[in-house]
Design a binder for this molecule. Structure first.
Ligand SMILES: *Cc1c(COP(=O)(O)O)cnc(C)c1O
Length: 355
């Protein structure tokens, strides 16, 4: 089969993007290293520490525990797993807003914990009262999302942290996508803003690391110790990760991406993306579409099926939210020129339909 990697010049809804050139080079160099066995592969293990330190700096965690995971899914599963391990009760539950990523469904399923998804408010954020009402003596974990996958919303993290604390539950923040935008906003979202125990922040999304590079952070070493199992046949003796052999490319790529871009290039990326999202939202409003105001650089808007199909026919890679809005994620590869082109496609479709 004659296969080629996807071109990104029409990719609008994905949270993947082109890796940073330095990250690509680093990934190629460490393709055969296994960070899952740091005693045998010490250099890639040192790069992983560097990456975790950088993620700690971004999230106000002074002495960060954590690792470069396969993605946000693994990091979220580990957060639920840690909470279950620390829970004193037989039937622990996890309380999360219904805007939480579907990886929490996988986590609940795998780990045999009850997942209580509670409604969001009119603006797609976790409803504090609904969360409070769902929490009980068996709640092991409260989840807040800092940058939801569908609408880019930031939940009220300090309030959710307070609820978790009062219930003696752990608190996890999922900033898989939002974590590389939020340092340049005035949102409260990280370890410095609330009693956060664990946090997901993915270098392989807005961080421009090559896949696979998720980020799992914990406030204390005890969390990783609790997740660790003994590893009889490796040079290393304990392993806290969910996967065994891991990608040296992902780890080295993440370290290089963070080293090259934090903080200046990430700030520039954020500002460019926010500008593009505001531009797109205005243009769509001018054309009469209902637009969800972009809090972070993600624009969701109502798009009738014929225009959606016309865009897809023109090669735009576009998806819808669970409730039907078209959704454009202003990732690093999404330029103003691309957005002009997309708007031209919509305009042509509307003229074609006699609108
Ligand atoms: C993308 C995303 C995830 C899942 O991350 P993967 O790397 O795809 O496993 C989890 N949470 C949020 C908020 C996300 O946007």
């Amino acid at each position: 089969m004659d296969a080629s990697p996807q071109e990104f010049d029409r990719v609008l809804s994905s949270m993947c993007t082109l890796p940073h050139p330095e990250a690509r080079t680093a990934a190629e160099r460490f393709l055969a290293d296994n960070p899952g066995d740091p005693a045998t592969y010490p250099d890639v293990a040192r790069l992983e520490e560097r990456a975790v330190d950088a993620l700690g700096t971004m999230t106000a965690l002074e002495d960060p525990a954590g690792y470069v995971a396969s993605g946000g899914t693994e990091a979220n599963i580990q957060a639920v797993r840690a909470a279950r391990e620390f829970a004193a009760n037989e039937n622990p539950n996890v309380v999360a807003p219904e805007s939480a990523h579907f990886s929490f469904n996988k986590a609940a399923d795998l780990l045999g914990v009850e997942l209580r998804l509670v409604p969001v408010d009119d603006d797609y954020r976790a409803d504090v009262e609904a969360v409070s009402a769902a929490v009980d003596g068996d709640t092991a974990l409260v989840v807040g999302v800092a940058g939801t996958t569908e609408f880019g919303r930031v939940d009220p993290i300090p309030e959710l942290g307070r609820i978790a604390e009062e219930a003696d539950a752990r608190f996890h923040v999922d900033a898989a996508w939002g974590g590389f935008h939020l340092p340049f906003t005035d949102h409260d979202w990280h370890f410095g803003h609330a009693p956060v125990d664990t946090l997901t922040i993915d270098p392989h999304k807005v961080g421009r690391a090559p896949i696979p590079a998720g980020g799992f952070l914990a406030r204390d070493d005890a969390t990783l110790d609790r997740l660790a199992v003994e590893t009889p046949y490796l040079e290393s003796t304990m392993q806290a990760t969910l996967t065994g052999t891991r990608s040296g490319a992902g780890v080295a790529g993440a370290a290089a991406a963070l080293n090259a871009q934090w903080p200046d290039e990430y700030r520039e990326n954020h500002e460019r993306a926010a500008g593009n999202a505001a531009f797109l939202a205005d243009e769509l409003v001018d054309r009469g579409y209902d637009v969800v105001d972009p809090e972070l650089p993600l624009v969701a808007f109502s798009l009738p099926e014929p225009e959606f199909e016309a865009a897809r026919d023109e090669g735009w890679r576009l998806s819808r939210t669970g409730s039907g809005e078209a959704r454009i994620v202003c990732m690093p590869h999404v330029t103003r020129e691309m957005l002009h082109g997309f708007l031209a496609t919509l305009d042509a479709a509307r003229v074609g339909a006699g609108a």
